[in-house]
Design a protein. Structure first.
Length: 238
């Protein structure tokens, strides 16, 4: 700790980071535009290669939010009825690997079944799984939906910059008592989302995010995902 920082500073930052979680149930209490803008302004201090600042943000509230929810949920339902439609909804970049290996597939499975187990959803409960998945496309009832896009001229390195910007949003939101849920689930529906938000020609979806006040009474928000210890992912090179 240097002379310009205090134990209070460290505790506040650490708390904002460690209390961040992917909330899957929000209250519908609205957020003032000024508060959202404040979070985004703070987050914009994220580093980016040669200060390119590749992020573009679309904030959906009220009727624009609700209309997008209706459109994407309808498409999601149609895909269930006719799986052939899935070919019409493909991500613009591979968020997940095309072939899973350990330990990543193990962590993915643990995460999924921890959530479903908490909610009482069994492996054969296809209807309940579908309904829970569709909660993504309702922003988990959050009053604010954020959509993030990037100019296609930017390289893959800009996704690293974007990730730091997204993390800043989530940490700045926590510092103000808010919660978030970053969501790659929206990416497959970019053909619906991009025209809806008025994105420019060629803009690419990066992800979506739910923002609001957590519903502390919903048991889904009691899920705490594990993290591997530092010793497992770190090698000290002396």
């Amino acid at each position: 700790m240097n002379a310009t920082s205090t134990s209070h500073d460290v505790a506040a930052v650490d708390h904002a980071i460690t209390s961040r979680m992917s909330v899957r149930a929000f209250t519908q209490q609205p957020l003032p535009r000024e508060l959202i803008a404040e979070v985004l302004q703070v987050a914009s201090r994220a580093p980016s290669g040669t200060n390119t600042q590749p992020w573009k943000v679309y904030v959906l509230q009220g009727s624009s939010r609700d209309s997008l929810v209706d459109k994407v949920c309808a498409a999601h339902e149609a895909m269930r009825t006719n799986p052939e439609l899935a070919k019409d909804y493909q991500e613009q970049y591979d968020y997940y690997p095309t072939q899973w290996v350990s330990p990543y597939i193990d962590r993915r499975r643990e995460n999924g079944w921890s959530l479903y187990g908490l909610l009482g959803i069994g492996k054969a409960d296809k209807d309940k799984m579908h309904q829970q998945q569709q909660r993504n496309f309702r922003f988990f009832d959050a009053p604010v939906g954020l959509m993030f896009t990037m100019d296609p001229v930017m390289g893959r390195g800009s996704l690293l910059d974007f990730g730091m910007f997204l993390q800043n949003i989530m940490v700045a939101a926590r510092a103000r008592g808010l919660h978030t849920c970053p969501q790659a689930a929206w990416n497959a529906f970019h053909s619906i989302i991009l025209p809806h938000i008025g994105a420019g020609e060629g803009e690419r979806m990066v992800c979506g995010m739910s923002l609001g006040w957590a519903d502390e009474s919903d048991k889904v928000n009691t899920l705490v995902t594990p993290r591997v210890p530092v010793e497992e992912f770190t090698r000290w090179v002396d």
